[in-house]
Design a binder for this molecule. Sequence first.
Ligand code: FAD
Ligand code: EPU
Length: 338
Amino acid sequence: MKITENYPLKTLNTFALNVDAKYFTTVASKDEIKQSVEIARQKDVPLLILGGGSNLLFESDFPGLVVRNELKGTSVIDQTDDSVFVKVMGGEIWDDFVKYCVENGWGGVENLSLIPGTTGAAPIQNIGAYGAEQKDSFVELEAYFLKTGKRKVFSNNECMFGYRTSIFKEKLKGEVFIESVTFKLDRKPTLKTEYGAIERELSQIKDRKITVSDVRNAVIKIRRSKLPDPVELGNAGSFFKNPVVTAGKLSELKTKSPDIISYSFGNDSFKLAAGQLIDKCGWKGRREGDAGVHKNQALVLVNYGNATGKDILLLAGKIQKSVLEKFGVKLETEVNVV
Ligand code: FAD
Ligand code: EPU
């Protein structure tokens, strides 16, 4: 295995933070995962698994071994009249998998088009967008425990998926390498088009049946209009999670700000739009040095070029403070800080 010292990570994290890894390697097989763990152990340094680097913020250089996931392969492992089961290796690009499903007319993940990153990272925060989450199509994943070298297949229930979370972001954080994920796709899909912006896009198609491909195209169009492309402007998507509050808290907020956006979240709780709260605090489009708040979407923090992870965290802290002071709502970070 080739181990490189002081490896630059600027092009391997979508915030484009100019940091180095003390050691860097790539893994393309299960055997190489085992070897990389052994090397980190011998050098007595921490190990960080890197996918597309699209949900990471490096505070500074990484003092250990960064292991980039290049486990590749996508295969149909089972089929019925209604469903197709596809096993995807963790290093496959998520959106390539979505495109493959859509090209075959299989439904389930089309609303998750254009989300950056790898398939192995998708279950970690249970990626979601436009009325769908990966858990809706997820069957199981295969994980390698870094400490013990054991493997385990996790079922959907065992992953404990929730809004932007799973057991891998909580109890088992940093403990496993997700090697592959299996999804169940529908041959006769029920399309999820209730999300306002999708409905508006699709209302232009009047003369024929809407397909999974139409939904993918609509999602891509909406995303491109709202979110900055990391190739042009460093960012990691939503920096914070949308906060969940009780019905009582929501009504208190609505008294002060009647236009507060909320979505029912079950069990007497409601999800707020963090972007709107940040926007109402006046942060949208603001810039402090090279760290900034995106001009169209206040939930996305951006790097205008030479911001450091610390600059972005400083700005994030100020935003959290003002949202707490103005609304009494705590914003939790979605991005993984390393
Ligand atoms: P990385 O950033 O490389 O890693 C994230 C974390 O997972 C790290 O802690 C890493 O160590 C760990 N990890 C990565 N791979 C593995 C593995 N195989 N096994 C174990 N641990 C691993 N997210 C959404 O949910 N919805 C969106 O709509 C969305 N939009 C986005 C838009 C933009 C422009 C950007 C930049 C990001 C967006 N994201 C969104 C966030 C991001 O795309 C997802 O969280 C994605 O799943 C991260 O994948 P990654 O491979 O880049 O993970
Ligand atoms: N809004 C404002 N001002 C802003 C930003 C948003 O008023 O600056 C309002 C919008 O007008 C809208 C509401 O807030 O009414 C929600 O905004 P949007 O539809 O853009 O979605 P979001 O809640 O900000 C979430 C996810 C995104 C996902 C989209 C689409 C989280 C933390 N973010 O964003 O996921 O793509 O919905 O489903 O849940 C990510 O996780 O990285 C991510 C990009």
